[in-house]
Design a protein around this ligand. Structure first.
Ligand code: DC
Length: 227
């Protein structure tokens, strides 16, 4: 892809800290943060509202014709607009996350969103996070990071988050959910989650947020010096 903008791709499994890290980096560098998971969640939210089963590919293909997902920014925060309505506040639930994982297997869903993601990256310097950014959406990204952490670490982080919100939850259930989601995201036919050959692997299990941000900044600076 011929682009004059600078693109940073961060891929990895659910709960690896991609969005927290990407937001920090975007602020540091003055880039736009694009959360592609939120787009798949927006589609999933629509399917759930319509009462469509994740296994009903025909109904999903049909519904895709009526879905318009766009992105807007309020301050530096990405807002997801579904058919003209800002639904950002409704998509961060486990139910929507699982539906997004289940319905993102369909090419009809992916094609629509990948096009939108590429347009954004062409227009602006972006840090984009997701599952297939380095492998499929932006194969020529200037920097590619594959950010991961053990399933237990990721479950613990999610557990702490939910507890802080006063929600009732069980660590083992959260971890099982994460393992199931990883399996689905890594084994689907279209654009499965995997590390791009030219991506740098970062395991955040024993690193705090600042340490991950610093590590990526070093990789970024090294790459930019060479270009
Ligand atoms: O990152 P997240 O948890 O918000 O993503 C929700 C689901 O969306 C994830 O389980 C798989 C799917 N997804 C995808 O298939 N491709 C992306 N680039 C981003 C997310």
């Amino acid at each position: 892809m011929n682009t004059n903008t600078i693109n940073i791709a961060i891929d990895g499994p659910a709960g690896a800290g991609k969005s927290t890290i990407a937001k920090r980096l975007a602020k540091k560098l003055g880039y736009i943060y694009v959360d592609t998971g939120a787009m798949y969640r927006a589609m999933a939210y629509y399917f759930l509202q319509k009462g469509i089963e994740s296994s009903d590919e025909a109904a999903i293909a049909n519904a895709c014709k009526d879905v318009d997902v766009t992105i807007a920014y309020e301050g530096n925060e990405q807002q997801v607009i579904l058919n003209g309505e800002n639904i950002t506040g409704f998509i961060r639930t486990e139910q929507v996350g699982n539906m997004a994982s289940a319905t993102s297997v369909y090419p009809v869903v992916r094609t629509k969103l990948v096009e939108l993601q590429r347009q954004l990256a062409k227009k602006e310097n972006v840090i984009m996070d997701g599952r297939d950014i380095g492998t499929c959406v932006l194969p020529d990204a200037n920097v590619k990071i594959y950010l991961t952490a053990s399933s237990r670490t990721r479950a613990l982080r999610r557990y702490e988050e939910l507890k802080a919100k006063g929600e009732d939850c069980e660590l083992d259930v959260i971890e099982k959910d994460i393992i199931d989601r990883d399996y689905r995201d890594m084994h689907r036919e279209t654009s499965p989650l995997k590390q791009a050959e030219d991506a740098v692997l970062l395991d955040s299990s024993d690193l705090n947020i600042d340490e991950v941000v610093d590590a990526i900044m070093k990789i970024y600076e090294g790459k930019m010096e060479k270009e």
